[in-house]
Design a protein. Sequence first.
Length: 64
Amino acid sequence: MISYERHAVTGANGKVLCPLRDREVSLDRCLACGRLVDRDPAEPPRYVVCDAKLLTGWLGLDDV
């Protein structure tokens, strides 16, 4: 079973850390991303779950 990490949404500015871009992006951009697996049902969401961390690990980008 694959384990995905939750990425918390910063309440103050509505941004979330994107593992692919290695920086914070707006929540709207994150929710439109094809790598998104799940999100918190609350509105606005408190966290998102994506598979980008698995992709960056497979490519070896998390070792840099």
